[in-house]
Structures are given as structure tokens and as C-alpha cells.
Design a protein around this ligand. Structure first.
Ligand SMILES: *Cc1c(COP(=O)(O)O)cnc(C)c1O
Length: 351
């Protein structure tokens, strides 16, 4: 039986005797060894952390379980978030599971349909904001300050990052030590901040002998950290990282600098290449944003970086089923039709 994040890492989370034992089965996601990209790009050992295997299909569930449990403990009755889609899916699920009303603010026209249908299914109040994600987050922060019983569950909520750091614990628990490199997509920069915190904590506790270089990847059209200034109109196919002014900017910079890593940008075509290679060469179907870390690894390997004796982990942040229209980009041969006759089908296949 799945124990969930609160139980598995109770001693390392900000829990009290009054924190409800909430779980919908999040965490303990697979860390799988690469079958072909490892060889293709000359990596010593390459692993993928499949965060799309969380109950709502993204890593957001790890932090959300802590944020919602703490909100309940504090007597909050409503959850509020701004979202490019996955935060709202996760907040709505935990809201439904714990009997709290959930209000989600979504930037108009830029949320993948699968994520939208999750918020619908879980019964959230959905408000479409006529602006981008950064507008939605600004409003959510103002609204939470204005109306008392709203628990803001975006990654500005410190409990979110506490929960998300458990993914770093799992990687060390699985590998027996920290990897040399961690490649990870960067949007609002909460996740890279949380992973770094997790690795630092485990290292300090003597549970890892080293800490990885943190390799954060923004999308080129939404790369404020790389450019050193907010991007007013962020643009990328990778909607989950289409963010122009990350709330955890400073955390990403600290993770980069303290780890000797980098925050770099990958273009949409580099993201889409990795998005296509993962399912076709590894059997891993993720959403475009989730491929940004792998795109960064490929970019660096092609530029001559030597990973031949390194252990590398790429975080695959969410499942491809979130954004099925995007998968049409991957179609090399359209589905074919045949009459209900074996020989006819054989003829079509041979063609
Ligand atoms: C939220 C999200 C990201 C970005 O994570 P941040 O913490 O905002 O940097 C990347 N990929 C997916 C699938 C996400 O849902």
C-alpha cells in the first residue's frame, strides 16, 4: 500500500501531532535507467525520475499534500492557486479529497486540455484570467492577503517546497548517493529550489556523500533567469514553464551557484526533439515542459560536455496525457483504416 509523502518522510517535514494524515498516493515515483539515450549521448549512467506517475500526473502532488494538510491544520476552508494547469489539477484533487473548496485562477487560452478537465472533474471553481500566468499569480497573492480563509497553495507557500524536496530524498534513497548532475525544467523555480534543499539536507545528515550540480532549464522564450530580467510576454510550447517572473527566482540562483551548476535555456525545437525522443527511444511519454531537462542534457552533450563517468538524473515532471493535442506533433504516420478482414489488415500493414 502506498504510504504517501507525509508518512514516508514525516521526520523531515514540518508536521505536528495536529497535522492530518492526508494522502492520495503521491510520491515514491519510479527512478528508471535509460535504455538508449544514455549510450547515444555518452552518459556514464542516466536515470529518469518519473514524476508523471504521481496521482494527478505531475510532481505538484508532493508539495500540495503538505500545503493542504497544513492549511487544514490551520483551519483554512478554501484553497486558492494560480496555475498553468498542473498546480490547479493537484490543488483540486487534494481539495476534493479533504472536503475543501478549491478556487483556481487560470491564464486564458494557455492551459492544456487534460489539466483543465482535471480541475473540472475534481469540482474546482475555475476562473479564467484575461492575462498570463504572472498576472494570475499576482491576483492570487492579493486575494489571499485580502480574504482570510483562502490558503494560497502556489509554490510561494513554503510548505509546497518542503513537500517537493522529498523527490531528492527518494533519488538518494534509490541510488544510494546523490547523482553528479540533476537536469530539471525551470518555470516558477520552486522545484529546483526544493530539490536543492533536499540534497543539501540529506548531505548534512550524512545520508549522501555529495551534492549534485543543479542544471536548471528554462524555455528560450521564457528565460528570465538566464537573461537576468523578467520577461513580459513569455512564449514557449512548454506551457508549464511559460513563466516570465519566477516566484522562486532567488532559490534557483542559489541552487545554481551553491552547486556549481547552471541555469540555461533550451529552444522550443530542442524541447520538442527531447519530447519526441523520450517516448520513441525510452517508452516515456511526458508533456513538453517535462522534456526540457533532457533537452538541456542533449544540448550540453552535443556541445562537448563530458558525462562519460557521471551519474545523471533527469526529472520528468509530468505525464504526456495532460496535453494530447501536443502529441500530434509526434505523428510520423497517420492512423490507417482497414475493413474487418484479416487479409485486408495484413495488406495495410505491409503497405
Ligand atoms: C510546475 C511544472 C514545472 C515547473 O516547475 P517550477 O517549480 O514552476 O519551476 C515543470 N514541469 C511541469 C510538468 C510542471 O507542472
Amino acid at each position: 500500500m502506498s504510504e504517501g509523502v507525509l508518512k514516508r518522510y514525516a521526520s523531515r517535514l514540518p508536521l505536528t501531532a495536529a497535522t492530518p494524515a492526508l494522502t492520495i498516493g503521491e510520491g515514491s515515483t519510479p527512478l528508471v535507467r535509460s535504455r538508449s539515450l544514455e549510450r547515444e549521448f555518452g552518459v556514464g549512467a542516466l536515470y529518469f525520475k518519473l514524476e508523471g506517475c504521481n496521482p494527478t500526473g505531475s510532481f505538484k502532488d508532493r508539495g500540495m499534500v503538505v500545503a493542504v494538510a497544513k492549511a487544514m491544520e490551520e483551519g483554512m476552508t478554501r484553497l486558492l492557486c494560480a496555475s498553468t494547469g498542473n498546480t490547479s489539477a493537484s490543488a483540486s484533487a487534494f481539495g476534493a479529497a479533504s472536503g475543501l473548496e478549491t478556487v483556481v485562477l487560470i491564464p486564458e487560452g494557455s492551459v492544456a486540455p487534460g489539466k483543465m478537465s482535471q480541475a473540472v472533474a475534481y469540482g474546482a471553481r475555475i476562473v479564467t484570467i484575461q492575462g498570463n500566468f504572472d498576472d494570475a499569480l499576482r491576483i492570487a497573492r492579493e486575494l489571499a492577503a485580502y480574504e482570510e480563509r483562502f490558503a494560497l497553495v502556489n509554490s510561494v507557500n513554503p510548505n509546497r517546497l518542503e513537500g517537493q524536496k522529498t523527490a531528492a530524498f527518494e533519488i538518494v534513497d534509490d541510488l544510494g548517493d546523490a547523482p553528479d548532475y540533476l537536469f530539471i525544467p525551470v518555470g516558477n523555480a520552486g522545484n529546483i529550489t526544493a530539490y536543492w534543499r533536499g540534497f543539501v539536507e540529506y548531505h548534512q545528515a550524512g545520508l549522501a556523500t555529495r551534492r549534485p550540480r543543479m542544471m536548471g532549464m528554462e524555455a528560450a522564450g521564457a528565460a528570465p533567469i538566464v537573461e537576468g530580467a523578467p520577461v513580459l510576454k513569455p512564449e514557449t510550447v512548454a506551457s508549464a514553464i511559460r513563466i516570465g517572473n519566477p516566484a522562486n527566482w532567488a532559490g534557483a540562483v542559489a541552487a545554481r551557484d551553491e552547486s556549481g551548476g547552471t541555469v540555461d535555456a533550451v529552444t522550443d525545437s530542442e524541447i520538442l526533439e527531447a519530447y519526441g525522443l523520450l517516448p520513441s527511444m525510452e517508452g516515456i511519454f511526458c508533456e513538453p515542459a517535462s522534456a526540457a531537462g533532457v533537452a538541456g542534457l542533449i544540448k550540453q552533450a552535443r556541445a562537448g560536455a563530458d558525462f562519460s563517468s557521471a551519474t545523471v538524473v533527469c526529472i520528468i515532471t509530468g505525464t504526456g496525457l495532460k496535453d494530447t493535442p501536443m502529441a500530434e506533433q509526434l505523428m510520423t504516420r497517420p492512423p490507417e483504416t482497414a475493413p474487418p478482414d484479416m487479409r485486408e489488415v495484413a495488406r495495410v500493414i505491409a503497405g
